[in-house]
Write a protein that binds this ligand. Sequence first.
Ligand SMILES: [Zn+2]
Length: 276
Amino acid sequence: MPETTIETTSPTSADPTARQKAATRSAAFVRPVRTVAILGAVGALVAAIALPAFVSTSGAADAAPVTTEQLAAGNSQSIVVASEATQAPSTRGQFVATTPDEIEKRKAEEAAAARAAAAAASAASAATASSSRPSLAGMALVAPGSGAVRYPVTSFTPGEGPGSGRGHEGWDMIAPEGTPIYAAAAGTVTASAESIGGYGVSMMIMSNLNGTMVESRYGHMVYGSRMVEAGDQVSAGQLIGLVGNTGNSYGSHLHFEVRIGGSVIDPEPWLAANAG
Ligand SMILES: [Zn+2]
């Protein structure tokens, strides 16, 4: 009867031949593992140098590091020599880059994540740190007038209104960056954020004007210039932000929208008739 050999990769096998084969196999794995580890280390180094802000803000991305040992644990065919596998940080996040294309892709992903994290951090600090807010020196904190409705910008060049046929739903009030923006009416801030779609830095206020619900929207403000948050109450003419060029905007202006009963109206004649 011919001898039957049952191959096993278990390092605890009693059969010395099998143990030797396993050792040989593991040696064959050492080189690619080391290559992966080095590539991973280089990628981590590049990221650490190029994206220092990412390190402190990417808790989610770094929360679940995967080592080559962990990867190997899921593959019983791969016996990783511990001393080789733990010499260098092998991967960042959950991605193991093995080809130039994959490394490029990973770097692009990390750069995108870093930009997002930096933007989020910037937004968070802008919301809490008044020092990052543009200077308000010499700026009127309340719009002129005494009426229930005020012009959101007091000095401006009239731009495009709603109904242009390309989905534009507001009135563009062209003014230099940093020009104060005032609440068009007293009410409750229903949204306020550093980025709301094409509006960019923007906010929305719901007002009750003699029983009519009027929503006003203010888009393209300067980053960090929002003075109020969702849930805040504002008075008519209260300073709420600064004219900017954020979001889907090509030139400094306030995109001012007014909706009555949920329907877009032309703010220009509405202000002309009601503001005072
Ligand atoms: Zn506009």
